[in-house]
Design a binder for this molecule. Structure first.
Ligand code: PLP
Length: 348
């Protein structure tokens, strides 16, 4: 009785259609890094077929993705040696130039190569400085094989719509001399700021039906439902404690269900008491510490039976954005963290 993740194909379909509604003039780069934000590449067909481009972080992710798609693939980390450049070209991918040290490798390409240049407009993680960008453009003008398709940048505070850095970064970007297409927006900007859409938008989290902001958004449909079976049911008396460290003590007689999922499956150990768990459609509460294979849930006076399915996140009672608050993290981390022990399948 393994934990299961169901990936809704109609939800993925809906979310990419929503991305197109938000940015009808822009091409869509579907961010499918980290095995499609933990949804598994083999279960996200609507995104693979409907995006204009796909993007991943690492060369080995490109290799795997190529088995599922002939679409253009953007390699976000770019290449660090002539050998990697060669592999990238064999996989027919578009390479991001984000560090000036990568420039000679790209400039020496002996085959046709399409690149995106990433400029650091203030996040200070990846990207050329505006000055290095100028230098790269001048150098690459001597390289007839290189096509600079897009100049991109990434926002540091996109999920805080009023943050002053957003306007500052946009200003830096708008001052660059760009003779290529442009790309800045992630999901948060795609959904909140049309002034950042430009030619290519780069949605990730929203495609999986998860809001980039802290609260669930009715315009999106959660693609992942994480479920696990009830393995045992017992009655608790007032004063009886539950689980490691006895961190939950019943304050009145209640029913406790033990569910077959834990931090070994990617349900975080620091999920707090009271986190919502849905059992046979009824809203119940996590009670006691999460163990490796098990959680315990206070089901009150609901009738719950061994074999009933609990939904940990992804139904109306259990939006993953809310679970993230109970775990002091983001929904991004929860969905990408579901482990290999969980059985994934596509659902309608
Ligand atoms: C992951 C990523 C995105 C997508 O961000 P979301 O917040 O998931 O929409 C966009 N751009 C870059 C460069 C990324 O690495």
């Amino acid at each position: 009785m393994q934990a299961k993740a169901f990936i809704s194909q109609s939800a993925l379909q809906h979310n990419i259609a929503q991305a197109k509604n938000f940015a009808p003039q822009s091409k869509i780069v579907a961010m499918v890094k980290a095995n499609a934000y933990g949804h598994h590449i083999e279960h996200i067909e609507p995104l693979l077929t409907q995006a204009d481009l796909l993007a991943v972080s690492e060369l080995f992710e490109v290799k795997r993705l190529r088995q599922f798609s002939d679409k253009p693939i953007l390699l976000l980390s770019g290449v660090y040696s002539a050998k990697e450049l060669d592999q990238a070209q064999q996989l027919d991918c578009i390479v991001v130039l984000h560090a000036i040290e990568q420039l000679p490798i790209i400039a020496n390409s002996r085959q046709k190569l399409t690149i995106w240049i990433k400029v650091d407009t203030g996040m200070h993680r990846l990207g050329l400085t505006p000055k290095q960008y100028q230098q790269a453009v001048e150098t690459l003008a001597q390289s007839p094989h290189i096509n600079i398709q897009v100049v991109m940048s990434h926002f540091a505070c996109a999920d805080e719509t009023d943050h002053p850095m957003n306007a500052q970064q946009l200003e830096v970007f708008n001052q660059l001399e760009i003779h290529a297409k442009k790309s800045m927006a992630n999901s948060a900007m795609l959904m909140s700021n049309p002034g950042t859409h430009f030619d290519y938008v780069r949605p990730g989290i929203m495609l999986y039906g998860v809001s980039p902001f802290a609260m669930p958004d009715a315009q999106l449909k959660a693609a992942m439902q994480l479920q696990a079976p009830v393995l045992a049911v017992r009655q608790l008396e007032a004063g009886e404690a539950v689980g490691y460290g006895a961190t939950f003590v019943a304050d009145k007689p209640t029913t406790l269900a033990t569910i077959g999922i834990g931090y070994g499956d990617g349900y975080p150990r620091h999920m707090k008491n009271g986190a919502p768990v849905s059992i046979a459609g009824k809203l119940c509460q996590l009670a006691g510490r999460v163990s490796m294979d098990l959680i315990t849930v206070d089901v009150g006076n609901a009738s719950v039976n061994i074999g009933d399915q609990a939904t940990l996140w992804g139904d109306n009672n259990t939006p993953v954005e809310l679970l993230a608050q109970y775990a002091d993290t983001t929904a991004y981390e929860l969905i990408t963290g579901v482990s290999a022990r969980v059985n994934f399948s596509s659902a309608p």
